[in-house]
Design a protein around this ligand. Structure first.
Ligand code: BTN
Length: 261
């Protein structure tokens, strides 16, 4: 299949509602979008790169972004979204990715709280939302999504080789099934659908349904100490409820570790 990133296909499949820029290579699509915002340019909705030289993940990590093998995209979410709803953006994006992947490929992607997408034991997608102040007019959010489509082996840095995979190497997705353009458009459409009534939090039902964490023994970091507990539910704001030996705690953000069977 010809899997060249194509602006027209994405425009057509998203109903021409977005201003889209596509690059062969960027340091990071999030960086590019943030540069635009800082310079007062807020008319580009979606930036996509075929490769990134300095793709960034959460907690200062890198995100491997080899050319032609993944989706590296950043959406601008303008400050007109209420702040309490802005907190839901990453959970909404996770649900949008899972719905898009399941619909287009049949692959049973799941969400590892807070916003990593896994297939089985391996991570295939990460989400990095960054708030950017736009000069007294509130905050914009740059929503970065990275999906490993066909990346494998030494395309991943050594430190993630044991846990990273891609749609193709999950063994359930065939490269001729669906192009990166179609996946990008579907993620955007699913995300916009959720955002059209995000305050109702209807998507949280799918966030729970597709969680690979609820009911599992997990560990989370508190004051530099790993605490063990059982993840029991996700609340309507996307927070993770964990039963520990000291009682129930609610995690709103952060990192958890779980053993996947
Ligand atoms: C994570 O796994 O912690 C989040 C990874 C987010 C990667 C995407 S790729 C597009 C956008 N640009 C970046 O530099 N990062 C995000």
């Amino acid at each position: 299949m010809n899997d060249i990133l194509d602006k027209k296909i994405i425009e057509d499949k998203t109903g021409r509602i977005l201003t889209i820029e596509i690059y062969d290579e960027l340091d990071s699509t999030n960086n590019k979008m943030k540069e635009y915002i800082y310079s007062g340019k807020r008319d580009v909705d979606l930036i996509i790169a075929d490769s990134q030289t300095a793709g960034r993940g959460r907690m200062g990590r890198t995100f491997d972004s080899p050319s032609g093998h993944g989706i590296y995209m950043s959406m601008l979410i303008k400050s007109d979204m209420k702040s309490e709803n802005a907190l839901l953006i990453t959970s909404a994006a996770a649900v949008a990715v899972v719905r898009a992947v399941r619909k287009l490929t049949g692959v049973e992607a799941v969400i590892k709280w807070v916003n990593d997408i896994y297939i089985g034991k391996r991570k295939v997608c990460g989400i990095l939302a960054e708030a950017v102040s736009c000069g007294g007019k509130g905050m914009d959010v740059v929503l970065g999504i990275g999906i490993n489509v066909t990346s494998s082996g030494d395309m991943f840095s050594e430190n993630v080789r044991g846990i990273a995979s891609s749609l193709y190497f999950s063994g359930k997705y065939d490269i001729n099934m669906v192009s990166r353009n179609e996946i990008i458009a579907e993620v955007v459409n699913e995300f916009n659908l959720i955002c059209s009534n995000i305050e109702k939090r209807e998507f949280i039902g799918d966030y729970r349904k597709y969680s690979n964490v609820i009911g599992k023994e997990i560990k989370f970091l508190k004051d530099n100490e790993w605490i063990s507990g059982k993840a029991v539910d996700i609340d309507d704001d996307g927070g993770l409820m964990v039963d520990t030996c000291d009682g129930r705690v609610l995690l709103n953000t952060g990192e958890i570790s779980l053993r996947l069977q």
